[in-house]
Design a protein around this ligand. Structure first.
Ligand code: C5P
Length: 308
């Protein structure tokens, strides 16, 4: 096969409980990930030119507002492909094309998704046949959210978010995502979370999974899920981007069952009652100040999957 395309979903965090800062610079988390139908596509192709002096791994990015995505060796998909080649113990070549629909630096793990997709695509392109357990290990070294992008559906992550256990869910949940102009840096939002806690003299709690959230997922109860959504990074994201408070308030006013900053933001996520309600809500949110665009999606959906 000379080219493999993998489709990979964005995630929203249904619960993001942030514990104390660890010595390694990460925070202990309870992170309930939920994969939604907003996809990037990554194609890994055998390079057409046989120039041995060309870089073995090259990347191009297409899509809306992709200017901030590095096309250097720092690109997460390139790092993932290189880590896979290292694991296989030899050098491999690939041209990667990333078609982005997941907002860049939007708190929906778009970069992590591309890394997961590159692992699946290159594993196939290079005929390595590594099992998903091996890909999960490599994924965890690339970033805390990368293993979930391989797994998809709904799962709880502990540790720094990379140790995953799938969660039982019923039915389909309908979402609206309000994309903001510009991204927010994840390390900066975690740093602000620590700073706000220190300023308030509040010790970081030991993160624990919400039983109300688990029950809502098991029962497919969107109303209960809306009430149970929580994100410890939200106050920090709002401190860094105060206009997000207006976006969240607009969603609540227009009948969202839940309104939350997605991960480290600045994307805001709104839970709707149905697909129709999601479309109505999206139409109403489109004109809110600070909202670059609005998309609807549903979850859960599977993780990185070969599309052709
Ligand atoms: O793992 P990843 O590289 O995606 O994390 C990006 C940044 O987010 C880290 O450098 C760290 O600042 C922050 N982070 C954290 N605790 C976690 C996950 C991420 O502080 N559990």
């Amino acid at each position: 096969m000379s080219a493999i395309t993998v489709r990979v979903p964005a995630k929203v965090n249904l619960q993001l409980a942030v514990g104390p800062l660890r010595e390694d610079g990460y925070h202990d988390l309870v992170n309930v990930f939920h994969a939604v139908s907003l996809f990037d596509e990554v194609t890994a192709a055998e390079p057409l030119d046989a120039d041995p002096s060309a870089a073995p791994l090259r990347v191009r990015v297409e899509g809306d507002l992709t200017g901030e995505v590095p096309v250097s060796d720092d690109n997460l998909a390139v790092r993932a492909a290189r880590a896979l080649a290292d694991r296989a113990g030899r050098s491999y070549r690939a041209d990667l094309l990333i078609r982005k629909s997941i907002p860049v630096a939007g708190g929906m793990a778009g970069g992590s998704a591309d890394a997961a997709a590159a692992l699946v695509a290159c594993n196939d392109l290079w005929g390595l046949g590594l099992p998903v357990e091996d890909l999960m290990e490599i994924a965890a070294d690339i970033g805390s959210d990368v293993p979930f992008a391989l797994l998809g559906d709904t799962a709880v992550g502990t540790g720094r978010g990379e140790r995953l256990a799938p969660l039982e869910t019923a039915g389909v949940f309908h979402w609206v995502f309000a994309l903001a102009d510009g991204g927010l840096s994840t390390p900066r939002v975690y740093g602000e979370c620590d700073r706000l806690r220190e300023e308030a003299g509040v010790a970081a709690p030991t993160p624990a999974v919400s039983e109300a959230l688990l029950a809502a997922l098991r029962e497919g109860d969107a109303r209960a899920l809306g009430q149970a959504l929580s994100n410890d990074l939200q106050p920090a994201a709002l401190a860094l981007r105060p206009s997000l408070a207006d976006t969240l308030a607009a969603g609540r006013t227009h009948g969202a069952l839940g309104a939350i900053v997605s991960g480290s933001g600045p994307t805001c996520a709104f839970l709707a009652e149905s697909a129709e309600h999601a479309h109505e809500l999206a139409a109403l949110l489109k004109d809110v100040d600070g909202c670059r665009s609005v998309v609807t999606a549903h979850g859960p959906v599977p993780g990185a999957t070969v599309a052709g």
